[in-house]
Ligand binder design. Structure first.
Ligand code: ADP
Ligand code: ZN
Length: 517
């Protein structure tokens, strides 16, 4: 049977998506693979199809015991013998599966990493006696501290290549940032892996950010004409998920809560109700969603600022898996960023804090963008994108543009006068003619000092970001990033290039406490 025939026979699909076919071919050839695809991209098929074609056992490592049953059930329905072993099973149930494995009656075996390597490697030693043909590692970013969902038990997977040196390993994830990628490859010891990165663009999702102000009212307005739709609302704290779900129910909405602190039975019940469309709105912490395959989620709302772009993108990606138009809405308050920053410093060592703060700053930049949000997101994952996607709030142009050539010229002159050796804070203070002692005396003598005093600090920061996004200035990658000119700067300085900027929309810091933080 060819891969295409198997696709049609077992999965009922007529053609492969994205890089699926190439990935499958590599696995069939015995090569290690790392596949990065967005949520809903079709990762499972990349190991399920080889499992059908290869004569032997595929081990699937998955972090979520709760979801194994669903996956195994649907494989069995499709006529592909599959099973899982987990701690929820009785010894008798496990014995039945072990016997089937011995009799070569199972094609895919789902396990959590701690099960594989627990009890002094008892299971791994047993599996080595079987004809294992493929090892798939789902949610492979869980092995990395830099992923947004680090799970220490994933580190045990470093032992896989020791126990199964000849068996192709396929690592799959929807997290694509470079640092995490590198970490996955290193920690798993993949041998000359073929790396596939599918496009991360989710064209059917419209991205929006709104200044957060009385978030409950904003939410009610958002939900007004979405009463019959399924959606997920992400909150930062466990407590606020329950409070918000209750408040929404009071307003007549069908809402349920989900967070890691709920007892297992209740979590399963709430999740099930949402999957079956019995409950429309899931108010959850980020504990909810990984691996959940619900195609008709019409919107994902972030009522609090996510900690990083990776998490945000993954969470928004749970909307619109069926390809129909869907919304991602983020309510942004700079105060959220300040709170998150203080958590980061408390919870991590110095190096981790530094990286997490950088990631948080990227999230802030995204929230304050005046250029296409999709472009920012795709570029963040090193994917090229056009300047205007036509389906984010910026491109749908809820912001007014103005001729910002003079503003840009002022910024560029300041950077030039300062010898291209200072970061944005210094440049802005200099432009505004700050009396601060931090501004060197010699700089206070320069003619450009204070030429931008009419623009507020926050506005200047936004203009700078926009000017940088257009490539008229750049920021270095150093530990202390400085702003420099680019090849495109000269034309602006000489007045040959017009610069269109976005009128700064000032996001008012909230004075009153929001109920849902
Ligand atoms: P993820 O990458 O998030 O793990 P899944 O493997 O769950 O995504 O796939 C998402 C959905 O796309 C599933 O419903 C799956 O059956 C479907 N799918 C996967 N491959 C194809 C294909 N080649 N053609 C059509 N649908 C597909
Ligand atoms: Zn856009």
């Amino acid at each position: 049977m060819t891969p295409l025939q198997a696709l049609q026979k077992y999965f009922g699909y007529s053609e492969f998506r994205h890089e699926q076919e190439a990935i499958i071919q590599q696995v069939l050839n015995g090569r290690d693979v790392m596949a990065l695809m967005p949520t809903g991209g079709g990762k499972s098929l990349c190991y399920q199809l080889p499992a059908v074609l290869l004569n032997g056992l595929t081990i699937v490592i998955s972090p979520l015991i709760a979801l194994m049953k669903d996956q195994v059930d649907s494989l069995n329905v499709a006529g592909i013998p599959a099973a899982f072993i987990n701690s929820a099973q009785s010894p008798d149930e496990q014995r039945v599966i072990v016997q089937k494995l011995r009799d070569n009656q199972i094609r895919l075996l789902y396990l959590a990493p701690e099960r594989l390597f627990g009890s002094e490697n008892k299971l791994v030693d047993f599996l080595k006696s079987l004809p294992v043909v493929q090892i798939a590692i789902d949610e492979a970013h869980c092995i990395s501290h830099w992923g947004h969902d680090f799970r220490p038990e994933y580190l045990m997977l470093a032992g896989l290549k020791v126990h199964f040196p000849k068996i192709p390993v396929i690592a799959l994830t929807a997290t694509a940032d470079k640092l995490t990628q590198k970490d996955i490859l290193e920690k798993l010891n993949l041998h000359q892996p073929a790396v596939y990165v599918a496009s991360f663009n989710r064209a059917n999702i419209t991205y929006r950010v709104m200044p957060k102000n009385k978030s409950f009212n904003q939410l009610l307005a958002f939900l007004q004409d979405r009463k019959d739709d399924s959606g997920i609302i992400y909150c930062l704290s466990r407590k606020s998920t329950e409070a918000l779900a209750a408040d929404l129910r009071d307003e007549g909405f069908s809402a349920s809560a989900y967070h890691a602190g709920l007892d297992t039975a209740l979590k399963a019940k709430n999740q099930e109700a949402f999957l079956r469309d019995e409950v429309k709105i899931m108010v959850a912490t980020i504990a909810f969603g990984m691996g959940i395959n619900k195609s008709n989620v019409r919107y994902v709302v972030h009522i609090d600022l996510p900690k990083n772009i990776e998490g945000y993108y993954q969470e928004t990606g749970r909307a619109g898996r069926d390809g129909l138009p869907s919304d991602a809405m983020l309510y942004y308050s700079p105060g959220d960023a300040v709170k998150l920053k203080s958590f980061v410093a408390l919870e991590n060592n110095e190096e981790q804090s530094r990286i997490m703060l950088e990631k948080l700053n990227d999230m802030v930049s995204y929230s304050e963008l005046h250029t296409c949000r999709r472009k920012f997101l795709l570029n963040y994952f090193d994917e090229p994108a056009g300047d205007h996607c036509g389906s984010c709030d910026i491109c749908l142009s809820e912001f007014k543009k103005f001729d910002g050539t003079l503003v840009a010229q002022k910024a560029l002159s300041a950077v030039t006068r300062l010898g291209q050796r200072f970061g944005s804070t210094y440049v802005v203070d200099f432009l505004r003619g700050s009396k601060s002692e931090k501004i060197r005396e010699e700089h206070k003598q320069l003619k450009t000092y204070g030429i931008g005093a009419d623009v507020s600090k926050v506005q200047w920061q936004r203009y700078l970001r926009e000017i940088i996004a257009f490539g008229y200035l750049q920021v270095t990658d150093d530990a202390y990033p400085v702003i420099k000119l680019t090849a495109k700067s000269e034309a602006v300085l000489k007045g040959l290039q017009k610069v269109e900027l976005t009128e700064a929309q000032i996001i008012e810091e909230q004075v009153t406490e929001t109920p849902y933080f």
